[in-house]
Design a binder for this molecule. Structure first.
Ligand SMILES: C[S@@+](CC[C@H](N)C(=O)[O-])C[C@H]1O[C@@H](n2cnc3c(N)ncnc32)[C@H](O)[C@@H]1O
Length: 278
């Protein structure tokens, strides 16, 4: 059975997307590894700004609920006293969650704003020190156009940061479901590399080797089972028959390795760092 023939798969949207995303991130160590990378490399990202002086400006494209933006801002606050941080995302529920998360910050120190818009709709009123796409570029049919827009939003010397998934077994699900439901196959990081090379864009790239604990998918009693499976296949599986969900789980199990009685899958992410000419 190939997964693009599975009946009942639907696009993941709205509040259910948010719930599935939260369940997925809780099962992975990838976000903490991304945050560690951001902490270790913060000086490379905004080199033009002197520590403690002036504000830094960041645009988070596809910010989602801000689950990563909030701790990233806390890291930035150790280096800069004022931060202008804008998020854009077309998912209204995620934008609401982003806004309430950002209420935690002192508004004198951190000026945050979220716009419920796609990148295609966004008209910037300033330029940024840093623009980032964290697991967002899969949503674009024309990835080069999205990258070009982001480069145009940067100040000279600014950084475009892309966290993007490599071709691996886990992503074979997303490739099939996006092709079936969104009408195109998302580009993964080897193709992103080729795209940047083709357009003569210089970048630094490195791989973060995270893992995802998928044990709850195989626990019949678990309330997280369908949410985790939905985010893994990147489609809403609630309308998929139990028999076909079982087929998806068998495929998933074939990708796993055991670690202390838990099932894990590789969940790497590649980081691309692009510096705009100063
Ligand atoms: C996998 S989530 C990543 C969220 C967040 N960056 C993170 O890492 O937690 C992808 C996000 O991209 C958003 N998105 C989809 N199409 C978009 C577009 N055209 N422009 C901007 N964001 C988009 C989705 O709504 C979703 O919140």
């Amino acid at each position: 059975m190939t997964i693009d023939r599975i009946e009942g798969l639907r696009l993941l949207t709205g509040d259910y997307y948010l719930q599935c995303h939260v369940a997925f991130e809780a099962a992975s160590n990838q976000q903490s590894m991304i945050l560690k990378w951001l902490k270790d490399n913060i000086q490379l990202l905004i080199p033009a700004q002197k520590e403690g002086k002036g504000d830094v400006s960041v645009l988070s494209v596809g910010c989602g609920s801000g689950i990563l933006d909030e701790p990233f801002i806390r890291i930035m606050l150790k280096h800069w006293s004022t931060i202008a941080y804008k998020g854009i995302d077309p998912n209204w529920e995620e934008c609401q969650a982003f806004e309430s998360r950002m209420n935690e910050f002192d508004s004198q120190q951190v000026k945050t704003r979220v716009l419920c818009q796609s990148l295609e709709q966004f008209v910037p009123d300033r330029t940024y020190n840093l623009v980032h796409f964290i697991h967002v570029l899969y949503h674009f049919d024309d990835v080069w156009q999205a990258i070009q827009s982001a480069l145009n939003f940067l100040q000279p010397g600014g950084t475009l940061l892309i966290f993007h998934t490599p071709d691996n077994e886990l992503n074979s699900f997303m490739k099939s479901t996006q092709s079936q439901l969104a009408g195109y196959v998302p580009l993964l990081s080897s193709q992103l590399k080729s795209l940047l090379d083709e357009h003569h864009v210089s970048y630094q790239m490195e791989r973060i080797k995270a893992t995802l604990d998928v044990t709850e998918c195989f626990n019949l009693q678990s309330p997280l089972k369908e949410k985790l499976l939905s985010f893994i296949v990147y489609a809403d599986v609630r309308q998929v028959s139990k028999k076909n969900q079982g087929e998806l789980l068998n495929t998933l199990k074939s990708f796993t390795f055991r670690n202390n009685d838990r099932y894990h899958v590789a969940h790497e992410v590649d980081v691309f760092r692009i510096q705009k000419n100063g």
